[in-house]
Design a protein around this ligand. Sequence first.
Ligand code: GLU
Length: 477
Amino acid sequence: MSHEAHITRFAPSPTGYLHLGNARTAFFNFLAARAGGGCLVLRIEDTDAGRSEEHLLAQLLEDLRWLGLEWDEGPDVGGPHAPYRQSERGEQYSAAIATLKQKGLVYPCFCTPEELQLSRRAQLAAGRPPRYAGTCTRLPDAEVAARVAAGQSPAMRFRVPPGRGGEFDDRIHGPQRFATDDIGDFVVTRADGSAAFFLSNAIDDAAMGVTLVLRGDDHLANTPRQILLLEALGLPIPRYGHLPLLLGPSGSPLSKREGAAGLHELREQGYLPSALCNYLVRLGHACGTDDWLEAADMPAHFHLERTSRSAARFDEAQLRHWQREAVGHASAGELVAWLGSRLERLGSAARIDAFVAAVRGNLLFPDDAVPLVAIVCDDGVRPDAEAAAAIENAGAEFFRTAAREWSSSAGDFKAWTRSVGTATGQKGAALFRPLRAALTGLTHGPELAPLVALMGAARVESRLAAAAERAGGKSRE
Ligand code: GLU
């Protein structure tokens, strides 16, 4: 399958944190751009000034970068179509409105939200789909002037051409048809003069040379209006692809309650970006392999044609699977950075590296390292119930023998366990389980030899002595 060179864009409104659904949309736009040597534009749709906050924007950029996304044009990196924040593009929108006015394709509308609401209700009650009733379609100029003079400020509505059909080929859902008679005249500038979504979003796509708009299904019904606007302005119409919703595990919309937190929270929980990417590239998209993919190989595995038409479901078990893979594939340096201050107690860089190599197979989240660091660094260990049973079962003599053999083994783990085996007559689990229980306080965990090397002779001796005492104490009872 060949890849086209798409100019894609991600156009978030910074009114909340990025959740997994938006992250997938952003990621698919990134992959579609990279797959064919195109480029990705990041445009911030912050016209809803009251609700957009600077810290949310900063968080958004950070989250996208953390995921590994890079954009070729955007508010922070600039580019030939700057500015990339809609709050700074008022002139472009005014120019578009002026053109539409000149062509007689917009008119002022004084309807209040209450009036519009009443009209909607009446239409719904009559079993008709609600659309603008046309109240202000043909207001005489004199009336408009009088209302404006009286301090009323109108919105501007686009005059949808009557009696026409239209179509577009959605890259995910296939051919779509629409009839203009089903579309009411819609607002292109609000009463406060700011550009409405339909206008700003569509003309920015055209102005920024976007060739493929990949966005959520919730915008599918908006596309005909945007196509009509672009046609009216003589602007190029991009291709569209509407991604099905991302649902929570129970099939309801994705929500925090069901564990599908924002990207930021998943990051705080300790998910690695490479795990998220391996998960997302398969979320409603058949990427053709179940194997781990490195970030650099993902674009080649992305094919719009393989995007599912039905809603995808968030599945935490799958995400955890990729997390396990991600930890396995991470470099030592990445893991050290991921574990951060949890490794401080280990001291030197050499000890940290040895520890990470020893325990990486036992980590899913960074906090999983905390009890393992304690095994190496604490003075003693407190055996859990299973370990206590294993110690008592082995008996005090077993640990006295182990301690004796230790002092003549010069810290050589293999030689030590071999001689303990010979001296006690135990092998396999009967040999290693009690030793592990005494030294780590657990009956399972990372390979024992490197942990023993890291904990050092003094800890080995005191833990064997403590185990002998525990087993002896019990056997005397
Ligand atoms: N700002 C819109 C949103 O976040 C963009 C929709 C689009 O991608 O066209 O829903």
